[in-house]
Design a protein around this ligand. Structure first.
Ligand code: ATP
Ligand code: PAF
Ligand code: BAL
Length: 285
């Protein structure tokens, strides 16, 4: 595997690969890699001639500077893990290379950014859209791989790809979990053993909500989840939402929904975590 640091270098490599007819699979990440990321790399390696992974902790998508400063970084371990699962190129640029000037771009995703992550992390999806656009221009992938853990991000990227006419397929893979049910996440590395145990309540809350889908109205399920998590003082719920899986808009009732996304965000100790599950709605006769 080759490690590339400069944008100009990855651009030349990609141009040569494209000229020789190779298909390119791309996995953008912020590093501190775990099995959720490695599943995406394996899929890209299986489905394309060449796999490129980027590791870049993108400053413009952080609405909280402490979160940016303390985001886990482990490039040496990441490099070894990527080589072991068949990645061909690791693109690990510096912030100066990706942002030679302050970015003044502004993307708007309408109602998609007015809910959940969009509402609670002002500017976040603008930063994601800026860096994903820059990376797509440099890497020119045929397929780009994302995880369902960041479900709303997948919807934003799909809208970006459609809106700007990027000629690529967005591929989404399911959330990989720890044995405890906790969704794998780079930020989990900032939690101690007790906090990791408290964090399992995000997934437990989703399972509890799933068990009530079809049996109770939306408002009653939400009340139950808020009450359930209020009994875990080490976890501060930010939102629990029942949403349409494609538009991410909250659903007022389940009668017209074949499936819904159960979405949650909460703080555990110093870390903010998100999780979601897409579940079928079995309509009662
Ligand atoms: N547990 C997981 N299962 C599947 N895909 C995942 C998982 N965690 C992250 N991904 C996906 O990997 C890609 C890179 O994500 P990122 O580098 O932000 O890692 P992360 O674990 O989501 O970190 P954090 O949530 O702490 O930022 C994204 O498309 C993300 O959805
Ligand atoms: C897509 C991404 C790499 C953009 O920085 C990031 O938001 C992530 O890791 O999910
Ligand atoms: N995985 C989403 C990136 C972020 O939390 O900023």
């Amino acid at each position: 595997m080759q490690v590339i640091e400069q944008a100009s270098a990855i651009r030349s490599i990609v141009q040569a690969l494209r000229c020789s007819g190779k298909s390119i699979g791309f996995v953008p990440t912020m590093g501190a890699l775990h099995n959720g990321h490695l599943q995406l790399i394996r899929a890209a390696a299986q489905q394309n001639d060449i796999t490129i992974c980027s590791v870049f902790v993108n400053p413009t998508q952080f609405n909280n500077q402490e979160d940016y400063k303390l985001y886990p970084r482990s490039l040496e371990q990441d490099t070894a893990a990527l080589a072991a699962v068949g990645c061909d190129y690791l693109f690990a640029p510096t912030a100066a290379d990706m942002y030679p000037e302050q970015s003044l771009l502004h993307f708007s995703f309408g109602v998609l950014e007015e809910v959940m992550e969009g509402a609670h992390r002002p500017g976040h999806f603008n930063g994601v859209a800026i860096i994903v656009s820059k990376l797509f221009h440099l890497v020119q992938p045929h397929r780009a791989y994302f995880g369902q853990k960041d479900l709303q991000q997948v919807a934003v990227v799909r809208q970006l790809v459609q809106g700007l006419g990027f000629d690529l397929e967005v591929v989404c893979y399911p959330t990989i979990r720890e044995a405890s049910g906790l969704a794998m996440s780079s930020r989990n590395k900032r939690l101690d053993v007790q906090q990791l145990e408290h964090a399992t309540h995000l997934h437990k809350a989703l399972l509890r909500a799933e068990a009530q889908i079809g049996a109770k109205p939306v408002a009653a399920i939400k009340e139950d989840i808020v009450a359930y998590l209020a009994k875990v003082p080490q976890l501060q719920l930010e939102y629990f939402e029942i949403a349409n899986p494609a538009t991410l808009q909250p659903v007022p009732d389940l009668s017209a929904e074949p499936e819904v996304a159960l979405c949650i965000a909460a703080h555990v100790g110093p870390v903010r975590l998100i999780d979601n599950m897409i579940v079928k709605v079995l309509q009662q006769a």
